[in-house]
Design a protein around this ligand. Structure first.
Ligand code: COA
Length: 261
């Protein structure tokens, strides 16, 4: 039976989650939305309005079995490969290549010339594949985990979380959510994963004592997950556990497509 590649529909949500969960690094799954209880429901909702979304999902199907999926986001000038996963037993058959080729073809709306993605440094097979497609490293990121400690000096100050009510409701449904945390110095889009972690990609949060106090007030039992560029970090981040490191790769879409053709 031939495998075919197509745009995903809401019916594929459960299978996409299964493919992702079977291929992702086990101990890191709880640090992603794919480890959360309502991810299939979320994907179903996203796929039902996919035509209006900034990200698009594609699947490779054999019979009625989903063997692989990819998710790409677009801006007017670039594409970002968020996920590409093939079931272990279906790898090495050209499915990943065909899925990427098809997705790039579908998502080129005229102005996009650059493809970017993040890959775990330890994922040698994927790194080699992307390199063979002409993608090259731009910078490294680290996934850091730490407990939330109230600032030692007892810093007080203005903060608010204006969309917390809506975020709480979504969190009940999906098991993850994000809200904006505002202090006098910045506004932080802050993620919540399950009951165990806040998530941020904003390095300014590390040193904002008011924001730290706010997160401590909101939920002191959560750990903090930071995904940050290594070249922006200062040495001596005491109490931080390095969970993983990843590379941002970048290349020209034309040359990736030429190599996939
Ligand atoms: C990476 C992945 C998506 C590739 O999909 P795939 O269907 O196996 O790939 P293809 O069969 O199209 O082959 C693509 C490339 O993978 C590499 N590859 C294929 N089979 C391989 C094998 N047995 N051993 C090592 N590398 C292999 C080759 O570089 C190949 O390119 P080539 O055919 O030009 O030599 C797939 O291996 C996978 O799902 N891995 C686990 C999840 C993952 O790492 N995703 C990427 C996260 S950023």
């Amino acid at each position: 039976m031939a495998a075919t590649v197509q745009r995903a529909s809401p019916d594929h949500a459960q299978a996409i989650v299964a493919v992702m969960r079977s291929g992702f690094i086990d101990h890191l799954l709880p640090y992603t939305i794919f480890g959360c209880h309502g991810i299939a429901e979320y994907l179903c909702d996203v796929l039902s309005v996919q035509e209006y979304s900034s990200s698009q999902y594609f699947v490779c199907v054999e019979g009625n079995r989903v063997l692989a999926f990819a998710e790409l986001r677009y801006t007017p000038t670039s594409l970002f490969l968020n996920h590409i996963y093939v079931l272990a037993e279906a790898r090495g058959r050209g499915i990943g290549s065909e899925l990427l080729r098809y997705a790039l073809q579908q998502m080129m709306t005229g102005g996009q010339d650059t493809l970017e993605l993040d890959v775990f440094t330890s994922n040698t097979r994927a790194v080699e594949w992307y390199t063979s497609l002409g993608l090259a490293p731009v910078y490294e990121q680290v996934w850091l985990e730490a407990g939330i400690r109230p600032p030692a000096n007892g810093a007080e100050g203005w903060w608010c979380a204006p969309d917390l009510a809506q975020a709480n409701r979504l969190h009940e449904i999906y098991g993850f959510s994000q809200f904006s945390l505002q202090t006098s110095s910045a506004s932080y889009i802050t993620g919540r994963l399950g009951a165990h972690a806040f998530r941020s990609t904003n390095i300014l949060l590390l040193n904002d004592e008011i924001a730290t106090r706010a997160l401590f007030t909101l939920d002191r039992d959560r750990k903090m997950l930071y995904i940050l560029r290594s070249d922006c970090l200062t040495p001596g981040l005491d109490g931080f556990k390095v969970l993983a490191s990843s590379m941002r790769l970048q290349g020209q879409i034309d040359s990736v497509r030429a190599r996939l053709a």
